[in-house]
Design a protein around this ligand. Structure first.
Ligand SMILES: *Cc1c(COP(=O)(O)O)cnc(C)c1O
Length: 472
C-alpha cells in the first residue's frame, strides 16, 4: 500500500467529536463516562499527530483509532498501586508494603470505614469519646500480665497505649514530650539509621531534645550512662539496632542494669524496639529478638514499636508503657498532628483480637514465619511438576527465608526454593519477565539463577506463578 502523504493523513484524522461517535466507543461512554472517554480520545488524536509528523502513521493505524482509545482509557484508569506476588522470601519487605493484613482486619475496615462509626463517640453516654480507647484496652489485656514488679510503694502498674502514624513518629513524640530542650543519653552503638532515612540523631534534633552520646561504637558500659547524667538529663534511650549486628569485642549494659539506673536516678527509660513483637519468636527457633513483653517486664517505662512489622498489622507507631508518661504524650499537640485514622484503628483492633484469641495463624506474617520447610517443599514440588515450558529448567534447592523489617537481622528460616534457569534467558532477564507478568512476581537472583521462595507467596497465588511460566 502506498504511504499517504503527511498532509493527507492529517486531513483524514477524525476530530474529537467524530471519533467520540464511533460505535465502538458508545458502550465505553456508557461505562466510564463521557469526560474520561473524551480525554482518552484527545490523547490518542494528539499522539496520532505526532506519529504522522514522525512518519510512523499509516492507513492501518487510522482504522484502529477507536481500539487505541479503549486501550488508552484502560491504561489511564488503572490503579498505580497494585498487588505483587512476593516470592523473595523476605516476610517484612518494606518496599512491598511490609505486613499483609489479616482477613479479619480487612473485614473490620470494610465494615466500619465505608460508613460512620463510634471513632470518637461514646455510645453509652452519647458524649464525645476518644479514638484511642478502641485499642488501649486490648493492649492492656495483652500487656498488663507482663509488667514487671512496681517500684516499692507504687501502685500496681497498668499499661497505657497510644497510636501514631508510624514508629518514627512514636520516637519523635516520646523524645519531644519527655525531653524537649533537655538531654537524652544514648549509646554510640545505637545511633542507627533505619532504611528510609530514619536516623536517631536527626529525629532527636527534630524533637528538640539534645543528644548525649556515651560509650563507643562497639562498647558501652552502664558506668558511661551513669557518669553522663547531670541536671539537664531527662531521658535514657535504648534503641534496637534492627538492621545490623555488632559482633566481636562488644558490650552494652543489660536492660535490667539500665532499668535500675533509671529508677535510682529517677530518669525515665524509653526503648525504641523497632519491630516490637507480641509473639515469642523462639517458638520458630529465632533467638535474641526481644518481645514487647520482655521489655515491659524488665521495667522499661515506655516502649515504641511499629504496627506493620512483627506485629503484623497496619502501618502505625505504638507507644506502650507507664500511664502517667503516656498521658503526657497524649496531651502533646504533636500527638494530634501524628494521629491515625479509622482505617488504622479498625485494622489494629482486629489484629490485636487475633492475639487475644491466640489465633496466630490468622495473621499472615506470623503464619508465614510458622510455615514448616516441609509444607513449602510440598508446594514447590507441585509447581515444579507443572512447569512444562521447554525453555525453563527447575530445581528444588535448600535455602533460607528472612524476617526483614529490622527484626533479628541475622536470623533465617530454613526453606525450599524453586531455582529457575533457562537456555534462552539470563537470570536477570528471567526475573524481569516475572516482574512484568500480571500480577508482577518479585524474586531473588543468585548465582545466575532465579530463586522463588513460596514462604511469602499466598497459596492462592501459586497458580499465577504457573501462568507466568506458561507464557515463557
Ligand atoms: C523500623 C524502625 C523504626 C521506624 O519505624 P517505622 O514504623 O518504619 O516508622 C524506628 N526504629 C527502629 C529501631 C526500627 O527498627
Amino acid at each position: 500500500m502506498k504511504v499517504d502523504s503527511k498532509s493527507d493523513l492529517y486531513r483524514r484524522l477524525p476530530s474529537v467529536d467524530e471519533l467520540l461517535h464511533d460505535t465502538q466507543l458508545s458502550q465505553l461512554i456508557a461505562q466510564e463516562g463521557k469526560v474520561a472517554v473524551t480525554n482518552a480520545v484527545r490523547t490518542v488524536i494528539n499522539r496520532s499527530r505526532e506519529q504522522i509528523a514522525r512518519g510512523e502513521f499509516d492507513e492501518q493505524t487510522l482504522s484502529d483509532l477507536a481500539t487505541e482509545v479503549v486501550e488508552e482509557l484502560q491504561q489511564s484508569l488503572k490503579h498505580s498501586l497494585r498487588t505483587i506476588i512476593n516470592a523473595t522470601g523476605v516476610i517484612l519487605h518494606t518496599n512491598l508494603g511490609r505486613a499483609p493484613l489479616a482477613p479479619a482486619a480487612l473485614d473490620h475496615i470494610q465494615n466500619t470505614a465505608g460508613g460512620y462509626s463510634n471513632l470518637e463517640f461514646d455510645i453509652e453516654s452519647g458524649a464525645r469519646g476518644k479514638r484511642d480507647v478502641h485499642v488501649d484496652h486490648l493492649f492492656a489485656k495483652l500487656l498488663n500480665a507482663h509488667v514487671g514488679t512496681p517500684a516499692p510503694g507504687s501502685p500496681s502498674p497498668q499499661v497505657s497505649t497510644i497510636v501514631v502514624n508510624n514508629n518514627a513518629a512514636a520516637v519523635l513524640l516520646a523524645l519531644n514530650t519527655l525531653a524537649d530542650g533537655a538531654e537524652v543519653i544514648v549509646s554510640r552503638g545505637e545511633l542507627v539509621e533505619i532504611g528510609g532515612s530514619f536516623r536517631i540523631p536527626e529525629i532527636m534534633a527534630k524533637s528538640q531534645a539534645i543528644l548525649r552520646e556515651v560509650g563507643t561504637t562497639n562498647r558501652t558500659a552502664i558506668g558511661d550512662y551513669e557518669s553522663a547524667i547531670n541536671e539537664k538529663t531527662k531521658l535514657l534511650l535504648r534503641v534496637h539496632r534492627s538492621n545490623f549486628e555488632i559482633t566481636g569485642f562488644t558490650d552494652r549494659p543489660r536492660l535490667d542494669e539500665l532499668v535500675s539506673l533509671s529508677r535510682r536516678r529517677n530518669i525515665p527509660l524509653v526503648e525504641d524496639l523497632g519491630s516490637g513483637s507480641l509473639f515469642d519468636l523462639r517458638t520458630v527457633c529465632v533467638n535474641g529478638e526481644p518481645t514487647v513483653f520482655d521489655s515491659l517486664h524488665a521495667g522499661v517505662d515506655v516502649v515504641t514499636y511499629s504496627g506493620d512489622k512483627l506485629l503484623g498489622g497496619p502501618q502505625a507507631g505504638i507507644l506502650s508503657g507507664r500511664a502517667d508518661l503516656v498521658a503526657k504524650m497524649r496531651a502533646n499537640s504533636l500527638f494530634r498532628a501524628l494521629r491515625v485514622d479509622k482505617l488504622t484503628y479498625a485494622a489494629l483492633e482486629a489484629t490485636l483480637l487475633a492475639y487475644v484469641k491466640h489465633d496466630h495463624d490468622s495473621i499472615p506474617v506470623l503464619r508465614m514465619m510458622r510455615l514448616s520447610k516441609d509444607a513449602i517443599t510440598a508446594r514447590a514440588h507441585e509447581i515444579a511438576k507443572k512447569i512444562r515450558s521447554p525453555k525453563i529448567a527447575v530445581d528444588l534447592i535448600d535455602g533460607e527465608s528472612v524476617i526483614g523489617g529490622g527484626a533479628a537481622p541475622s536470623a533465617v528460616l530454613p526453606t525450599c526454593l524453586l531455582a529457575i534457569t533457562s537456555v534462552d534467558f539470563s537470570a536477570d532477564e528471567l526475573a524481569e519477565r516475572l516482574r512484568k507478568s500480571d500480577p508482577p512476581i518479585t524474586s531473588r537472583v543468585q548465582e545466575d539463577r532465579v530463586l522463588l521462595d513460596l514462604r511469602t507467596v499466598f497459596p492462592a497465588q501459586d497458580g499465577f506463578i504457573l501462568d507466568a511460566f506458561a507464557k515463557f
